[in-house]
Design a protein around this ligand. Structure first.
Ligand SMILES: Cc1ncc(COP(=O)(O)O)c(C=O)c1O
Length: 407
C-alpha cells in the first residue's frame, strides 16, 4: 500500500567506534571474558554511580543469578508484574521458585506498592519491579513495602539505564538491578546483560555463579602465572565475552545524548497523538523518570490486531510490548491463571501497539507514523473515531482498565 520507504521498528546505531572496538578485541589472544568485559563493567558502574557491575550474557541470566545469590529457593514466591516480557517471570521458574503475578497501574502500566501488597504471603521472598517502557517504578514505596515484609527487591531494568528522578536511579533502591543489551535495547551487543548492586559481595557471588561456581576465570588463569582453580559451589555459564563487551563501551559514552534524542521523539509522538480519538498512551510522570525505551500506544478494545496490520500495510514496523504474561499458555496451564484475575494488565495487553523509537528515527518519520496511526485507528474495526477513554492530566485513562476484560 505504501509507496514510501518502510520505517523499521528498530535500527541499532553502532558505528565506526564500535567496529574499531570489536577489531581491537579480536587482536587480543583470549576472546572470552577479559579486559574488554572489565572495561564495560567499569563504564557501566561509573554511569550508574554504583560500585560494581558484572556483565552477563543476558538480562534473563542476571535475573536468574540475582534470585539465587539473594537466597531464593524452591517453594518461595516472587511477585512479578503481569505486564512485562515473559523473561521476568521465567527467571523465577529458573530459580525453582513460583512467580506470583500482580496487576499494574492503569495510567503508567507499572507495578506499584498497592498492586503488590495484596499478593504478599508467608511464602513471599522477593519482588521484581520492572521499569516498563523505561519508566522508573515507585522504588521508594516498593523498598518500604519490601522492608516491612523482609523481602528482596530485584529491579528488572532491561528497559532503563538512563532514568534518574527524585533521588532514584536503577539500582539505587533495589538489592540489585538487571540490564539487557539485547538487539533492540537502548544499548546493544546483540545478546548481553548485566547486574549492578550497591553491595560488592552480592556482585562477587553473582560473578562466581556465572562461571560454574569456579574461583578464577580463564582470563585470570592465562593472563598471569597459571593458577589452579577450585569449585566451592556449582553454577551456570553466563559470562559475557570480550567481543560483545567491546561494543558496549562507546555506547555507554553516548547514553545520555541518545536518551535526549528519544525524549524529543517520544514527546513529538505524544503531541501528535494526543488528539487522535481512541488512542491513549502510558503517562510519563516526569521527563527524567523515563529512559524512553519503548513508545507504546493503547488502542480501543478489539482493534489491536487490525491496527497492527494497518500500520504494517502503511510501511511502519510494529511490535507488541506486551501481552499479559499470566495469560500465556504455559502460565495458564502450569499455574492455573485465567482471564479476569489481573484486569488492568489484561486490558493493556489486549490493546498495546509499540511504535518505532530509536535515535536514528527522523522527526518526519515520527510524523508519518503518527499519521498512519490516526488513519488506521479511524478506519475499520468498530468505526471511525471511536474512543474508549476520557482525558485526565494529559493522558486518556482507559475505561476498560480496571474492569474485567471480555473473553
Ligand atoms: C522487561 C524485560 N525483562 C527481561 C528481558 C530479558 O532480557 P534478555 O533478552 O537480555 O535476557 C527483556 C528483554 O526483552 C525485557 O524486555
Amino acid at each position: 500500500m505504501s509507496e514510501q520507504p518502510r520505517i523499521e521498528f528498530y535500527r541499532h546505531h553502532l558505528g565506526e567506534e564500535e567496529k574499531a572496538a570489536v577489531l581491537a578485541a579480536l587482536d587480543e589472544p583470549i576472546l572470552t571474558t577479559g579486559a574488554a568485559t572489565a572495561a564495560a563493567e567499569r563504564a557501566l558502574a561509573e554511569y550508574l554511580g554504583l560500585p560494581e557491575v558484572v556483565c552477563l550474557d543476558s538480562c534473563t541470566a542476571a535475573l536468574h543469578l540475582a534470585l539465587l545469590a539473594l537466597g531464593i529457593q524452591p517453594g518461595d514466591e516472587v511477585i512479578v508484574p503481569a505486564m512485562t516480557f515473559t523473561a521476568t517471570a521465567n527467571a523465577v521458574l529458573m530459580a525453582g521458585a513460583r512467580p506470583v503475578f500482580a496487576d499494574v497501574d492503569p495510567v503508567t502500566a507499572l507495578l506499584t506498592p498497592q498492586t503488590v501488597a495484596r499478593h504478599v504471603t508467608a511464602q513471599t521472598r522477593a519482588i521484581i519491579p520492572v521499569h516498563l517502557y523505561g519508566q522508573l517504578c515507585d522504588m521508594i514505596g516498593l523498598r518500604a513495602l519490601a522492608d516491612r515484609h523482609g523481602l528482596k527487591l530485584i529491579e528488572d531494568s532491561a528497559h532503563c539505564l538512563e532514568a534518574r528522578h527524585a533521588g532514584v536511579r536503577p539500582g539505587s533502591h533495589g538489592d540489585c538491578a538487571c540490564f539487557s543489551f539485547y538487539a533492540t535495547k537502548n544499548i546493544t551487543c546483540g545478546e548481553g546483560g548485566a547486574l549492578a548492586a550497591r553491595d560488592p559481595d552480592l556482585v562477587a557471588r553473582v560473578r562466581r555463579l556465572a562461571l560454574h561456581g569456579m574461583t578464577t576465570s580463564a582470563y585470570e588463569r592465562f593472563g598471569h602465572r597459571y593458577r589452579h582453580w577450585d569449585m566451592p559451589q556449582w553454577g551456570w555459564k553466563y559470562n559475557l565475552d570480550n567481543i560483545r563487551a567491546a561494543l558496549l563501551v562507546p555506547q555507554v559514552r553516548r547514553l545520555d545524548e541518545r536518551w535526549r534524542r528519544r525524549q524529543l521523539l517520544a514527546e513529538r509522538y505524544e503531541a501528535g497523538l494526543t488528539n487522535v480519538p481512541g488512542v491513549t498512551f502510558p503517562r510519563v510522570i516526569a521527563r527524567d523518570a523515563s529512559a524512553r525505551h519503548l513508545f507504546t500506544i493503547w488502542v480501543p478494545p478489539g482493534r489491536r490486531d487490525d491496527v497492527l496490520a494497518g500500520l504494517q500495510d502503511r510501511g511502519v514496523g510494529v511490535a507488541v510490548n506486551y501481552r499479559a504474561v499470566h495469560l500465556l499458555e504455559y502460565y495458564r496451564r502450569a499455574l492455573g491463571y485465567t482471564r479476569g484475575t489481573l484486569p488492568v494488565a489484561e486490558s493493556i495487553g489486549d490493546r498495546t501497539v509499540t511504535l518505532p523509537l530509536y535515535p536514528g528515527l527522523s522527526e518526519t518519520q515520527v510524523d508519518r507514523v503518527t499519521a498512519a496511526v490516526a488513519e488506521t485507528v479511524s478506519c475499520g474495526g468498530d468505526g471511525p473515531g471511536r474512543s474508549d477513554g476520557r482525558r485526565r492530566g494529559g493522558v486518556t485513562v482507559p475505561l476498560a482498565a480496571g474492569l474485567p476484560a471480555r473473553g
